[in-house]
Structure formats: structure tokens, C-alpha cells
Design a protein around this ligand. Structure first.
Ligand SMILES: Nc1ncnc2c1ncn2[C@@H]1O[C@H](COP(=O)(O)OP(=O)(O)OP(=O)(O)O)[C@@H](O)[C@H]1O
Ligand SMILES: [Mg+2]
Length: 264
């Protein structure tokens, strides 16, 4: 990766703050239930981190689908396919987004993530965990809690489990936290409440999930952040423009920026 390849909006100074010798911090975003906002949150969090000066790579773990490319309006051309096939290094597979972070797209002809052999998943995880020149690598793990999602989640230094106030989302978030506790005892797991009607409502949703974790898993995952439901989110997605670019002063933008600060 060169300076110009993924120069964040913040400029070259930011890249110098990320020594190429230091491995990136891997942050995975999972939920179990689909449609709770993982992809949008991953993109917006990547954007917020990049704005704070971090060198960020976002991996679209929904292989076979082009979620991240479509939400960002990327022209495409590069994706994780050659990396998975072992014929190209990571730096030849990433794209640059106008938002100032690098994207490893999943829209390849490789089929679904879950169809990949364990050895391939582990090699990919190792490449991402050892990626140089980035301070943060974000993994949008896609829906479900299958073997591949669990393997990738266990590789991450930090796992963000996204829920909403819907009972199905809470149940699946609990299942994700339970499996992650089994797969990686003592790991850094945090809860994100998305689509909250208000901060107070988000606090109540967090308390419900945290209480269940405390009672049945013996640990209370901390709250990473509450993201309010904001009509500007679907509006920005429809326009394929990042929220922080289109509506930098919106409620959801403020909430994700706070989440990014807490992570840093
Ligand atoms: N904070 C929010 N406020 C309003 N709408 C939101 C918010 N977060 C997400 N959404 C809406 O939820 C939709 C689904 O988001 P997204 O595609 O990111 O979910 P996902 O969890 O990645 O889904 P999947 O599991 O299918 O990958 C978005 O199209 C967006 O309109
Ligand atoms: Mg998604």
C-alpha cells in the first residue's frame, strides 16, 4: 500500500502515525440476525476512524454479495477473490473509497463465505490480522453465526455485537455473544445498540442483553455505543453517499463518531 493509495481525508500526516511495522487492530462486526445495520455501521465506523486519522481497511465478509461496494458506490474491479485463491497479495486486492479508507470487497465469484475450507478462512484471517500500514481492520461479518463467522470473529481483537430492540435481534445477539465466549474466553466483546428510538431506549435495550449475559454467561459485555434511528441513514444509502459526508451533523453520524472515539 502506498501513501496515495488510501490517503485518508485527514492527509499524509495520518499515515505517518501508523508505522508499517505495527500490525493492525482487528475489529469484527457481527449480529446473528440480518438487517440490523452491520454493513452500514462498518462503513460509517471506518469513515469516522479514518477522519480521526486512523489508517483503516474495511473487509466485506459477505462474500458473493456486494454490500459495501453498493453502499459506497464503488466502481469495483478489485475484490478478495485473488487473495483467497492465493494468487495476489492483499495490497493488490484493495480499493480506495472516496471516504478515505481502503476496502477489500467481497463481491467475487468465489461463492459464499461458508463454502470456503477452514484453511482458506484461517489464511485470510491471518493476512488481515497481519495487515501492515493500517491501524484498524474492520470486518463486516455478515448475517448468521456459522463456522466461518465464528472463526473470523475469534481472530478479531475486538468483537462488536450489534443488536436492535427487536426480540429476534436480542436473541441472536445473545447467541453470538455466547458462541464468542465459548470460542474465545476472555475476549474483548462489546455491544452496539442500533436503530434506537432514543438514547434512553438504547440504554434499556443494552441493559436487557447485558443482564442476560451476566446471568447466563457470567460476564457483562460493556456498551460500545448507541446509534439512534435516523431517517438520514437510508436516505444516504439510497444516494450511495457516506452518511458522514452527506449528513455530518445528523444524530446517527454523531453516535457513530462517538463510538469511533471510544474505540480509539
Ligand atoms: N441507525 C439507523 N437509522 C436508520 N436506518 C438504519 C440505521 N441503521 C441501519 N439502517 C437501515 O437498515 C438497513 C439495513 O442495514 P445494513 O444493510 O447495514 O444491515 P446488515 O446488518 O448489514 O444486513 P445483512 O445482515 O443483510 O448484511 C439499511 O438499509 C438502513 O436503511
Ligand atoms: Mg450486511
Amino acid at each position: 500500500m502506498t501513501e496515495t493509495a488510501v490517503a485518508p481525508e485527514g492527509g499524509v500526516r495520518d499515515r505517518e502515525a501508523t508505522p508499517a511495522s505495527r500490525p493492525a487492530r482487528l475489529v469484527a462486526v457481527a449480529s446473528g440476525k440480518g438487517g440490523v445495520g452491520k454493513t452500514w455501521l462498518s462503513i460509517t465506523l471506518a469513515h469516522a476512524l479514518a477522519r480521526s486519522g486512523a489508517g483503516v481497511l474495511l473487509f466485506d465478509g459477505d462474500l458473493g454479495l456486494a454490500n459495501v461496494d453498493v453502499q459506497l458506490g464503488l466502481a469495483g474491479g478489485r475484490d478478495v477473490g485473488p487473495l483467497l485463491a492465493g494468487v495476489a497479495p492483499l495490497e493488490d486486492c484493495v480499493q480506495t473509497s472516496a471516504a478515505g479508507f481502503a476496502v477489500l470487497a467481497g463481491s467475487s465469484g468465489t461463492g459464499t463465505f461458508s463454502a470456503l475450507p477452514d484453511a482458506t478462512i484461517d489464511r485470510l484471517a491471518a493476512v488481515l490480522a497481519g495487515a501492515r500500514g493500517y491501524s484498524h481492520v474492520l470486518l463486516d461479518l455478515g448475517a448468521g453465526l456459522d463456522r466461518t463467522v465464528r472463526r473470523m470473529a475469534a481472530t478479531a481483537a475486538t468483537l462488536l455485537v450489534v443488536t436492535t430492540d427487536e426480540p429476534t435481534a436480542l436473541t441472536d445477539a445473545y447467541a453470538a455473544l455466547k458462541l464468542a465466549t465459548h470460542d474465545k474466553p476472555g475476549g474483548d466483546r462489546r455491544i452496539v445498540v442500533n436503530l434506537a428510538a432514543s438514547r434512553a431506549a438504547g440504554e434499556r435495550t443494552y441493559a436487557t442483553l447485558a443482564k442476560a449475559c451476566e446471568k447466563f454467561l457470567g460476564a457483562r459485555p460493556p456498551l460500545a455505543g448507541i446509534i439512534r434511528r435516523d431517517p438520514r441513514v437510508p436516505e444516504a444509502i439510497r444516494r450511495q453517499t457516506p452518511l458522514l459526508t452527506r449528513h455530518p451533523h445528523s444524530e446517527a453520524a454523531a453516535d457513530v463518531s462517538a463510538l469511533a472515539r471510544a474505540l480509539l
